[in-house]
Design a protein around this ligand. Structure first.
Ligand SMILES: NC(=O)c1ccc[n+]([C@@H]2O[C@H](COP(=O)([O-])OP(=O)(O)OC[C@H]3O[C@@H](n4cnc5c(N)ncnc54)[C@H](O)[C@@H]3O)[C@@H](O)[C@H]2O)c1
Length: 409
């Protein structure tokens, strides 16, 4: 399937669903793209209809972008998922049609880290119980069991984007930080790596989990691992619900093995605010439960809007695919003094040779050439002399391996 996509910016039609952050919308409008915003999500049938003339589609988590919708979007150049995950988009179909899909995976990193810091202080001071009692008119003015976090040891399991941010913030509070990860990580500040998970759990006064949700992290903290933790220690999980065995955690809290826990994520979470939430950890002392709001801040929403808008703009304007979840990643310089041909093709042997032979036969000078491939797709970019572009586009479109060709003038 090929498309002609070289035309003025104000003819680029952008359809944004589910109201992405206004600053992201404004960024796209500044480019003079023709932007329409639809507040809510769309059903599959509505989207299949609305997508026909759209060049750039933006969704959040509620609109499903199915194969049917993508195939109807004959002019579709790129899709922006204005959120963290991309499960709602058929990534493979998009890839096979030469359509990169962008998201903003780390826009809420800092927000999660801040919630974890709040959780740490709440647990060490028994704040949840005190707040609940004060609301109920019960006055418990006591220092018993209430300690400062300064000088205590925080164990971070999973030292990635969020884990490292927590590390920096915790050190600023005067905590000692130890961490474990399955790959070697550069410690931030004075943080110290542990030998393994057990070593980390045995030494920490509070443990916070920041690993991905994956088969090998399922129940990473079960009865055995909780048993390795210090008596009276605290556990925080703001990663994925599957990482902690909540029944084992409840048992450890009931027996007094653990002094408290804070959880933002659960094995079973309501799909909407209307659904009732239940967990075996409800109504337990010094247990802080939050409704998966670690990344839910105004700043994170704004970051998502600006990050995804920026990635879409870069792709439309210069062909860069860095940050696309389903596409070979190419960083491209600004286009100056040439035309740029963007050629998405099936990753089969001999395409580059054929393209170069074509340019050779036509006597076209290629000023710069970039190629990135992944399993099924090749993305070839050529900056060429301005005179020959239209003719070349026509010939490239005729190659059987060509999925899509676009030129930037
Ligand atoms: N609560 C929320 O609202 C919220 C928001 C954003 C992200 N998250 C979750 O937070 C988690 C961490 O996100 P991130 O952006 O820091 O991810 P990341 O990929 O940057 O970091 C994860 C780290 O965990 C390490 N790791 C993987 N398996 C491990 C194991 N078995 N033991 C120790 N380390 C292991 C990886 O090597 C990596 O360094 C993810 O599960 C993500 O879904 C939650």
């Amino acid at each position: 399937m090929t498309h002609k996509t070289s035309f003025p910016k104000n003819k680029i039609r952008v359809l944004l669903l589910e109201g992405p952050h206004p600053e992201g919308v404004a960024r796209l409008r500044e480019e003079t793209f023709d932007v329409s915003v639809h507040k809510g999500a769309m059903s599959e049938a509505e989207l299949a209809d609305a997508i026909r003339d759209v060049h750039v589609l933006g969704v959040r988590s509620k609109t499903r972008v199915t194969r049917e919708a993508i195939e109807r979007g004959k002019r579709l150049l790129a899709i922006g998922a204005f959120c963290i995950g991309t499960n709602q988009v058929d990534l493979e179909t998009a890839m096979l049609h030469g359509i990169p899909v962008y998201n903003a995976p780390y826009s809420n990193t800092r927000s999660v880290a801040e919630l974890v810091v709040a959780d740490i202080i709440m647990l060490f001071r028994g704040l949840y119980d005190k707040v609940r009692d004060a609301h109920a008119g019960v006055w418990v003015k006591s220092a018993a069991g209430s300690v400062e976090v300064r000088g205590k040891t925080l164990g971070i399991v999973g030292y990635g984007h969020i884990g490292t941010q927590v590390s920096v913030l915790a050190e600023a509070l005067g905590m000692r930080v130890i961490f474990c990860d399955i790959v070697d990580k550069l410690p931030m500040g004075n943080a110290v790596p542990t030998v393994d998970l057990r070593d980390c759990l045995e030494r920490a006064d509070v443990v916070t989990l920041h690993v991905p949700g994956a088969p090998d992290t399922e129940n990473l903290l079960g009865a055995r691992e909780i048993g390795w933790m210090k008596d009276g220690a605290f556990l925080i999980n703001a990663s994925r619900g599957s990482v902690v065995d909540v029944d084992a955690l409840r048992a450890a809290l009931e027996s007094g093995k653990l002094g408290g826990a804070a959880l933002d994520v659960f094995p079973e979470e309501p799909r909407s605010d209307e659904e009732r939430f239940t967990t075996p950890l409800q109504h337990m002392p010094n247990v802080v439960l939050t409704p998966h709001i670690g990344g839910s801040t105004v700043e994170a929403q704004r970051n998502i809007g600006l990050e995804v808008a920026g990635k879409l703009i870069r792709y439309v304007n210069n062909g860069s695919t860095v940050g696309a979840v389903n596409f070979p990643a190419v960083v491209l310089p600004e286009l100056a003094g040439h035309h740029r041909v963007l050629h998405v093709h099936e990753n089969v042997p001999g395409v580059l040779q054929k393209v170069n032979a074509l340019f050779g036969e036509r006597g076209i000078n290629v000023a710069a050439q970039y190629l990135r491939t992944h399993e099924r797709l090749g993305y070839l970019i050529m900056d060429i002399d301005k005179t020959a572009t239209r003719e070349i586009l026509k010939e490239l479109r005729a190659f059987p391996e060509t999925i899509r060709v676009r030129a930037l003038f």
